[in-house]
Design a protein around this ligand. Structure first.
Ligand SMILES: O=P(O)(O)OC[C@H]1O[C@H](OP(=O)(O)OP(=O)(O)O)[C@H](O)[C@@H]1O
Ligand code: HPA
Ligand SMILES: [Mg+2]
Length: 182
């Protein structure tokens, strides 16, 4: 296993764990979308790392596009307000859209995106999230079709996920040491 960043308390998912999960998700998506008009939409910025790996694990024709929404800013808690910072460049009407996310936490980001994108009349709309955080009492009901793995209700970093814009480049997913927040 790779050396751990000094700010990281423990590693939850190693580079190898991640590669296995992405491969499995890519194989399932390839099967499900065979012969369809697939568009992957990654949510900037956290999902770019997962997007880069997942798209290469999918063995069928596809297009990609990006949307930026933000609710966390520099903090470790959602502001509760989701806003579009960058919209899609392509028209998704009549296409088979798969939203690619790094993490489903409060669910506010995906709830907003599902509503926003479904109003553009895609042929289908599903979610692939790398992490699904086990949050007790989550009030937003989102049911992602493709999930890499569940993770505990702690603030995680790495593999695209940041704290104050840092740690996105860690090749694993880990939990930060409490003193890093202070
Ligand atoms: O389920 P939620 O509670 O809405 O949290 C999930 C979202 O929050 C993070 O994005 P953030 O707004 O921090 O932007 P970033 O991707 O640029 O880090 C993460 O990348 C997801 O998009
Ligand atoms: O646990 C998290 N880590 C990083 N970014 C996040 N955005 C929502 N939850 C998280
Ligand atoms: Mg963030």
């Amino acid at each position: 296993m790779e050396a751990m960043h000094p700010d990281v308390d423990r590693v939850l998912f190693s580079k190898e764990d991640i590669a296995d999960m992405v491969k499995r998700m890519g194989a399932q998506i390839s099967k499900d979308y065979e012969g369809k008009d697939l568009v992957l939409i990654a949510v900037l910025r956290g999902a770019v790392v997962f997007m880069g790996d997942l798209m290469r694990a999918i063995d069928c024709p596809l297009a990609i596009d990006f949307m930026a929404v933000s609710s966390y800013g520099d903090g470790a808690k959602s502001s509760g307000i989701v806003r579009i910072v960058k919209d899609l460049d392509i028209d998704i009407k009549g296409r088979d859209v798969l939203i690619v996310e790094d993490i489903l936490d409060s669910g506010l980001t995906l709830k907003y995106l599902m509503k926003n994108l479904s109003s553009r009349h895609p042929a289908s709309l599903e979610v692939a999230t790398f992490l699904w955080k086990d949050v007790e009492g989550r009030t937003t009901a989102i049911d992602p079709k493709y999930v890499g793995t569940h993770c505990p209700d702690e603030f995680v970093v790495g593999y695209g996920l940041d704290f104050a814009e840092r740690y996105r480049n860690l090749p694993y997913v880990g939990v930060l040491k409490p003193e890093v927040y202070a």
